[in-house]
Design a protein around this ligand. Structure first.
Ligand code: SF4
Ligand code: SF4
Length: 489
């Protein structure tokens, strides 16, 4: 597979061989402080991802995106489709939080929390290492002719990959239909829910393709975040970098095993601490050489930090030749944490979160939709002018709600028909009915505004919509009435 294997350079992508074929990476395993912390954080994130559809809050899963009924349940908050505008503020706040974090700590999201990295590095690659062994053995297996051992290992690995991809796809679906419905659909079989079955097959296929073959290409080719990096970070952002001052000139050296702190050892290393062992390159999941500086391909996974620390321990030199530091820190300059752009990102993030929090408190448990009936905008008959509307009363909560409807206006003489008394709407349901507003002809002096108001319980809320009461030209109406009145006399 590794035909035309290339040395990482800033001019080309390591994962594309010189003949244009894919150079499939087999990153070496690494141990160390950051690897351990990342594994703990990955396990926690996977637990959260798996458990959210199972945890009930206010009668619904903690996260339930009920697209079929256009209701979205988020940690006890229920939003109807018409309330989704408030998520704009939330997403804006999160976006600026990501800007702030990136500006402070580079691509920490990619290396520590992105689902692509979490599942690839901590699930799929673990399975691969368990079945095929470390990177060296994997490369040997790649180069091996097809034989019973290779067929068995590949079948086992890809079989487990397909099962894992299927499990992730089903878990993903449970966010949209709930776990209970997922299990009931599974027990009823694919023939009862063919569309869901096809969707699951497609999702499983996409996930399997991504985690078994596409892998780091998603970060390099598809994800826009890596490209944003250069705009979001500056020389004071903490990134993963190589200390060139300390490391260069690089090269293989004698070990200072016996007396690492001695002057002899200092002499040995006066050329630079990097022994050019390429260990930092061999563990990199995107195939780059961090010693060439910060690159778009770096996902900030910290593998190279742990790998180089391991090497430094072995050769008796201080850790941190590759480390978390700012570009200024790595080049020996003063490092500033507080910068103007942080205030800007913080202010924008706070605005988004505050606007979201305020909007949430204004979300009403019910809603009202008003539309004028199609056809003639008004009718004149039996001494009255009639305007007809369709009213949609929506109960957004998971308990029955009662509504009372009234038409509010300064105009005297209005009467209504269609929503007398209080109306009960079942949980998460809506009622659509005609609502007629009448005005005696003699009281009409031209179009006027009026408010259709709904008072709802529980929650004691009011929702209103402004409409206009329409009728014929008042002069024609008067003439008509005079004629009629004269004729009667
Ligand atoms: S792991 Fe450290 S010593 Fe080895 S090549 Fe990389 S930077 Fe140099
Ligand atoms: S350069 Fe280091 S931090 Fe960046 S992706 Fe490679 S191993 Fe991870």
């Amino acid at each position: 597979m590794n035909r035309n294997k290339q040395t990482p350079s800033r001019e080309s992508v390591t994962t594309i061989a010189q003949d244009g074929s894919r150079n499939f990476l087999r990153p070496a395993d690494v141990r160390g402080k950051y690897t351990l912390l990342r594994r703990i954080s990955a396990i926690l994130l996977i637990l959260i991802y798996v458990s959210l559809p199972w945890i009930p809050i206010n009668g619904y899963p903690a996260v339930f995106l009920d697209i079929a009924d256009r209701r979205f349940h988020l940690f006890g908050l229920t939003l109807a489709a018409e309330d989704l505008w408030i998520l704009f503020f939330f997403i804006t706040g999160l976006g600026f939080l990501l800007f702030l974090v990136t500006s402070l700590f580079g691509r920490i999201w990619c290396g520590w929390a992105c689902p692509q990295t979490v599942f690839l590095e901590h699930v799929f690659r673990r399975v691969e290492r368990w079945i095929e062994g470390p990177a060296k053995k994997q490369k040997e297996l790649d180069a091996m002719e097809w034989c019973p051992e290779k067929v068995t290992k590949r079948l086992l690995k890809h079989g487990i990959y397909i099962i894992l991809a299927g499990m992730i796809a089903h878990l993903f679906l449970s966010y949209f239909i709930t776990v209970d419905i997922l299990f009931s659909w599974l027990s009823e079989g694919p023939a009862s829910h063919p569309r869901a079955f096809v969707f699951m097959l497609f999702m499983t296929g996409v996930l399997y393709f991504n985690f078994s073959w596409f892998r780091e290409q998603l970060c390099l080719i598809i994800c826009p975040y890596g490209r944003l990096q250069s705009a979001l970070i500056d020389d004071d952002s903490v990134v993963i970098g190589y200390d060139e001052i300390r490391g260069e000139p690089r090269g293989r050296k004698k070990r200072a095993r016996k007396a690492p702190e001695s002057s002899e050892a200092d002499q040995i290393f006066q050329e630079g601490d990097c022994i050019d062992c390429h260990r930092c390159v061999s563990v990199c999941p995107t195939g780059i050489d961090i010693r060439q500086g910060l690159q778009m391909e770096c996902i900030g996974c910290s593998n190279c930090v742990d790998a180089c620390n391991e090497v430094m321990d072995k050769i008796g030199r201080p850790r941190g030749l590759v480390r978390y530091d700012s570009l200024n820190g790595l080049s020996g300059k003063k490092h500033k944490i507080i910068r103007p752009r942080l205030f800007l990102y913080f202010a924008l993030m706070s605005f988004g979160i505050a606007a979201f929090a305020i909007s949430v408190t204004h979300v009403k448990p019910g809603n009202l939709g008003v539309s004028r009936m199609t056809g003639t905008p008004f009718f004149v008959s039996d001494g009255s002018i009639r305007n007809q509307f369709n009213l949609r009363l929506i109960n957004k909560r998971n308990q029955p709600a009662t509504f009372s409807v009234e038409a509010v206006s300064e105009q005297e003489g209005l009467s209504t028909a269609g929503f007398e008394g209080s109306i009960t709407v079942a949980p998460m349901q809506e009622i659509v009915r005609p609502y007629v507003i009448l005005l005696p002809k003699e009281k009409y002096d031209g179009p006027f505004p009026l408010t259709i108001q709904v008072n709802g319980q529980p929650g004691d809320f009011t929702v209103s919509r402004e409409v206009e009461f329409l009728g014929p030209d008042p002069r024609l109406l008067r003439e008509d009435m005079e004629l009629q009145f004269g004729g009667d006399s």
